[in-house]
Design a protein around this ligand. Sequence first.
Ligand SMILES: NC(=O)c1ccc[n+]([C@@H]2O[C@H](COP(=O)([O-])OP(=O)(O)OC[C@H]3O[C@@H](n4cnc5c(N)ncnc54)[C@H](O)[C@@H]3O)[C@@H](O)[C@H]2O)c1
Length: 384
Amino acid sequence: MHTGGDLRSSRSPAILRIARADHRTYRASRAARIAVTLLLPTRLNAWMRVVVTGGAGFIGSNLVHYWSREHPSDELIVIDKLTYAGNRRSIESLEREGRLRFEHADICDEEAMERILPGTDLVLNLAADTHVDRSIGDPAPFVQTNVVGTLVLLEAARRHRIGRFHQVSTDEVFGALALDRSAERFTPESPYRPRNPYAASKAAADHLVMAYQHTYGVPATISNCGNNFGPYQHPEKLIPRAIVRLLSGHKIPLYGAGANVRDWIYVEDHCEALDVIAHRGEPGRTYVVGADGEHTNLEIVTAIASRLGRDASAIEHVPDRPGHDLRYALDSHRIRSELGWRSRMTFDDGLDKTVQWYVANRRWWEPILASSGIVSGASGAAGI
Ligand SMILES: NC(=O)c1ccc[n+]([C@@H]2O[C@H](COP(=O)([O-])OP(=O)(O)OC[C@H]3O[C@@H](n4cnc5c(N)ncnc54)[C@H](O)[C@@H]3O)[C@@H](O)[C@H]2O)c1
């Protein structure tokens, strides 16, 4: 039975004290931590062995860049199947510098997980099929990776007494809010009411995570985050799709009137929240992660068009997605009050950075466009 206790029970008291410091102190003491780590005998330089599944995807790749910067002494392992959404180029600089080990594997593959996971201190599970439109077209792969894959990881975590398992989940498990009830927000206590196959598969995975926590004592946490944006996001999703379509001389296709509201967070803020939860979150607890960034889809694409010198004529309204959830909004009170996390990036600054990144990194996204139909044909609606 796991104790569900400290990730680093075998590490030195000095390191433990630093790891338990409050979040501000924790960041401020980064230089001191690195210095302490460098002075320690070699066997302690491997601070923690951290496995990031889905580390070649959007949030996963941002997370491993973040982690290698913030925790340079940790041993980082990325597990990724490299589906159409995974892109090894997003993390190639880290691989080249020897800052992570890449394992090309499917999280549903029990043998592979059995080989890779023993000795791991922390698993951050981000591997998933993630695009709602694709889940509506074909739900089965979503159940396979998101549910069965999570089960395989949990089994390995149980058998090998992995120090901490963190499940990266979504606000979509809570269903949708009405557009006209602006005070209502999702909290960790909100009931699960998934309304599309993607959300249902994520909800099922979350239930398994909590079942393993309660039944077997696997020290697990869950975070439910809103819509992320930032570098390295596949251009099938709303913000990068709008940017690359305009940069390629096409209009932005927008579902319906674009009135649907999402709660947006800059991906780096999400990465920092995951860091805080993994180190200081309480096993068995769920954390809702949002940045008070509610915007309609129309506001988002209008803001992107204006940053690229275009007006409303660059937006083309197309028929809506079936069962399109109206509004997601998040109450992050728990992670703020219990763990001291706060988002840092304003929506406007984050969008500036994101647009600039896609302008400067055509070499990253142009090969994806060539194979995806994002700038051609009718598959071009701006989904999330
Ligand atoms: N993007 C968002 O706005 C958002 C918001 C909240 C939560 N999330 C959650 O965060 C996680 C990451 O989302 P993302 O946007 O980075 O997704 P993504 O689609 O960009 O990346 C998913 C990654 O998982 C990999 N993968 C897929 N199936 C796999 C399998 N069977 N085995 C191993 N690897 C596999 C893919 O190759 C890809 O690299 C997901 O669990 C998602 O549900 C995303």
